[in-house]
Design a protein around this ligand. Structure first.
Ligand code: AMP
Length: 382
């Protein structure tokens, strides 16, 4: 199941890595004492300039794994784009930008975030002002390439983050076009939680004999998450949810719904019931989404009702509960939703509410998961 081919031994400490003093200090100041498994597996190869494909669950520290070599690579005195990170969503782009800035605190670099749904003007300014790193979504990056506001002929380090998601969203043609505008001599890094054929195709066509570095089997869930499900009548779901939220002490919970309409409706109900609640779905403006996420990250709202927009990649450190109000469509979505809790080794609980109409789809999801999901009884049923 795993495909770990190693030419280097994984390292046990950041001190064993050939990184500059500035980076070592930045890592230290972030409180990272040892590399995470994906970092210790990929950093030696990446720091040597090799291409690599990293397969790992989300929340494993992969941003650090590709950002550390990126920061080492970029020459601060050269005011051209030297590194490009492609990600599937605006939220992830914002997060990766801030992670890069954190790690580059002692070696300031000019980073431009280039995503759709955001005004062009600041992006044009950032690019014209000598951006050295671009973090962006494929559609808008291509847009700038076509306008001539972005040049990629000095890129020597390219990252495809959450490649499976990016290709799922129909970005494959854009990604290929962007890749064709960068020098072939570049180093390419690809991260993906799963390895469907489309991702393998990109890797084999656009990378130079990459090392395949898989920390975990392809479909798995985080092992520090306690996973339970409850049978509940469809009409009792909201009551069941309230009961689950009420019995916890100050939970920080993401509640997943399948549709925007369902998200809005549940949000309204919980708000009316007096919960500290926000929502996140694809129909909101970028500003609304950023504000909701910020409020949740800071703990100002304790419950975030969301569609799958929030299921992947987002890093909110202290989420205590992931609640599947609607059963996820498939096992992969389940794994990504559950990956929102128990980040960086913390523990968490994942709850699925299984209504009469969900039983069949839930059985389908369960069969594909290598973990046991325990059944419990909802207190509302005595
Ligand atoms: P990521 O998978 O990149 O989203 O990272 C998940 C979380 O792990 C983030 O909050 C990181 O700040 C944190 N993290 C990354 N690397 C380390 C490390 N070596 N030690 C401790 N925490 C880390």
């Amino acid at each position: 199941m795993t495909q770990t081919i190693l030419s280097e031994a994984p390292v046990a400490s950041f001190q064993d890595l050939p990184i500059s003093r500035e980076l070592y200090e930045a890592v230290h100041s972030l409180g990272w004492s040892t590399p995470t498994p994906v970092q210790s597996l990929t950093l030696p190869a990446l720091l040597k300039g090799e291409d690599a494909v990293g397969v790992d669950r989300t929340g494993s520290g992969k941003t650090g794994a590709f950002a550390i070599p990126l920061i080492e690579r970029v020459a601060p005195e050269r005011r051209v784009v030297q590194a490009l990170v492609l990600v599937p969503t605006r939220e992830l782009a914002t997060q990766v930008t801030s992670d890069v800035a954190d790690l580059a605190r002692f070696k300031p670099l000019r980073v431009a975030t280039i995503c759709g749904g955001m005004p062009m003007e600041p992006q044009l300014r950032a690019l014209a002002g000598g951006a050295q790193v671009v973090v962006g979504t494929p559609g808008r990056v291509l847009d700038h390439l076509q306008r001539g506001s972005l040049r990629l002929d000095s890129v020597s380090y390219l990252v495809l983050d959450e490649a499976d998601r990016m290709l799922d969203m129909g970005f494959a043609p854009d990604v290929r076009r962007i890749l064709s505008r960068t020098p072939e001599s570049r180093q390419t890094v690809l991260f993906s939680a799963t390895m469907p054929p489309a991702v393998r195709g990109i890797a084999s066509q656009h990378m130079r004999s990459p090392q395949w570095l898989a920390v975990e089997p392809e479909v798995r869930t985080v092992d520090t998450v306690e996973q339970v499900y409850y049978h509940v009548a469809d009409r009792d779901k909201t009551r069941g949810l309230r009961c689950l939220l009420d019995r916890e002490q100050n939970p920080l919970a993401v509640v997943f719904r399948r549709t925007q309409y369902g998200t809005i409706k549940l949000h309204r109900q919980l708000e009316r019931d007096g919960y500290s609640v926000g929502m996140l779905h694809g129909g909101m403006t970028q500003g609304q989404r950023t504000r909701a996420l910020e409020a949740f990250k800071r703990g100002r709202i304790r419950v975030l009702v969301a569609t799958n927009v929030a299921a992947r990649g987002l890093d909110i450190p202290d989420v205590s509960h992931v609640i599947n109000y609607d059963v996820p469509e498939d096992a992969e979505t389940y794994v990504h939703r559950v990956g929102r809790t128990a980040r960086a080794g913390k523990s968490g609980v994942a709850v699925t509410l299984v209504g009469e109409s969900d039983i069949e789809s839930f059985q389908g999801v369960r069969r594909l998961l290598p973990v046991e999901i325990r059944e419990e009884r909802l207190p509302i049923y005595g």
